[in-house]
Write a protein that binds this ligand. Structure first.
Ligand SMILES: Cc1cc2nc3c(=O)[nH]c(=O)nc-3n(C[C@H](O)[C@H](O)[C@H](O)COP(=O)(O)OP(=O)(O)OC[C@H]3O[C@@H](n4cnc5c(N)ncnc54)[C@H](O)[C@@H]3O)c2cc1C
Length: 409
């Protein structure tokens, strides 16, 4: 064996599980074709992520949160409304006693993870691509583009939504295309956001404003996720600065009575076509899927990477337990346990975000009346509201140990 665990993919989830396992004393090799400088460059990933308080516990547990905290904006309030403002739900963190989570630029999370990787003696990082793999009764061997191969008792595939390794493992998966593209950018705005996140629903899909930490010069900033149909999105992305800002201003101004004041997009505009992907199984012989390779959900509720971090916490707990007993890290029993633990959460979140998107992104008058009534009802039912909040914070169900303490932040 060359190492104890091979991790294919060093993205937001792959690097996290590498750190968690290495800190528990397991030797890992992380393989990703993209150089570190590219992954943290501003032009690489324009997304801002809502990181739930449950995920903060996980990042804190692995010592990564301290590298990220200063650039993380707590979410104090969430307002969800329909285009015409008739009904809305307002969630306040006062009702749960802690911020719902934090809005963080993906570049900041990636940098924090790299700081966590650094100096960790149990981690070897290889810049290469896994192009194939094979297994024997006792091992998995990853074949790299460079021609090298690496053998270990277990191969973890963290290679994203379009995972080639999932295909190599012949794991069937469902894909639903939403005919929606998320236009993503950062805006500067006149008034402070005070930690308010807004999600407003148009027939083409959700329009979200996500509060970010101000610049060092004190300029107010928020992240934008603006959903349009696939055919329309490129037209908006290609608008001149003036036209793009006017479109943004119209949407932001209409929302919550011009709460943000005058807005201006800064930096690059990104476009992400939205698809649902769910693997029929998360495991194969000496092989396991984590993160988007296992489940890619609609970003309507900001839950994709949070699901991935829960995969990390559960798989780490099971593998460290296995190692403590001197048992095989790639044993079928431990992989089956992981699958049992993670499938319910992942399937309910995938289905839930899918239903939410279908319910809100349409022009149907009857659905519009139903969702308005639903929002008014939820807004007036504190226990139900609290349950939804705890769910979004990732704090319900059978929590792994890394999520049980709340010494974070
Ligand atoms: C518009 C948008 C907004 C979002 N907002 C949120 C949010 O607010 N909150 C949230 O929780 N989630 C959000 N998400 C989801 C989140 O971004 C994903 O869940 C997350 O990026 C998944 O991380 P990952 O590491 O599993 O996969 P990826 O980020 O796709 O990383 C995969 C890695 O694997 C590498 N790789 C690929 N193939 C190979 C190979 N053959 N060999 C080796 N390495 C390979 C790639 O180079 C890459 O580094 C959003 C998604 C979108 C599209």
């Amino acid at each position: 064996m060359d190492t104890e665990i091979i991790i294919a993919g060093g993205g937001l989830v792959g690097n996290a599980i590498a750190i968690a396992l290495a800190q528990g004393g397991i030797k890992v090799v992380v393989i990703d074709p993209l150089p570190r400088e590219q992954q943290v460059a501003a032009a690489f990933d324009g997304r801002t992520s809502a990181i739930s308080s449950g995920s903060v516990r996980i990042l804190n547990h692995m010592g990564v949160w301290k590298h990220i905290a200063a650039d993380s904006q707590p979410i104090h309030d969430i307002r969800v409304c329909d285009q015409d403002k008739a009904g809305f739900v307002h969630y306040s963190d006062k009702d749960v006693g802690e911020p719902f989570g934090y809005i963080i630029e993906n570049g900041v999370i990636r940098r924090g993870l790299y700081m966590g990787l650094e100096g960790e003696p149990n981690i070897t990082v290889i810049q290469d691509k896994v192009v194939d793999y094979s297994t024997t009764a006792t091992s998995a061997t990853a074949v790299l583009e460079s021609g090298k191969s690496i053998t270990a008792p277990l191969l973890i595939a963290a290679d994203g939504r379009f995972s080639k390794l999932r295909d190599k493992a012949a794991i069937p998966h469902r894909v639903i295309s939403y005919d929606q593209t998320a236009i993503v950018c950062v805006i500067e705005h006149e008034h402070p956001h005070e930690g308010l996140a807004l999600e407003k629903f148009y027939p083409s899909g959700p329009f979200a404003l996500l509060p970010l930490v101000p610049t060092q010069a004190g300029v107010n900033r928020s992240g934008v996720v603006w959903t349009e149909h696939d055919n329309d999105a490129p037209k908006f992305v290609a608008l001149s600065d003036e036209e793009f800002n006017a479109e943004l201003q119209r949407r932001v101004g209409e929302a919550a009575d011009n709460y943000w004041g005058k807005v201006k997009a800064v930096g690059k505009r990104f476009a992400y076509p939205l698809k649902l992907m769910h693997a029929d199984t998360f495991i194969a012989h000496r092989f396991v899927l984590v993160g988007d390779a296992a489940h890619g959900v609609h970003p309507i509720a900001g839950q994709g990477v949070n699901l991935g971090y829960r995969d990390v916490a559960v798989l780490t707990e099971l593998l460290l337990g296995q190692r403590k007993l001197g048992l095989d890290l790639g044993a079928e029993s431990v992989l089956k346990h992981y699958q049992r633990w993670r499938r319910f959460d992942s399937m309910t979140m995938t289905a839930g975000t899918d239903i939410l998107n279908r319910l809100f992104s349409n022009r149907s008058r009857s659905l519009s009346l139903a969702r308005r009534a639903g929002m008014v009802a939820v807004n007036h039912m504190p226990p139900l509201k609290k349950y939804f909040m705890k769910h979004a914070m990732g704090l319900v169900g059978d929590l792994p140990r890394m999520m049980q303490d709340d010494k974070a932040a």
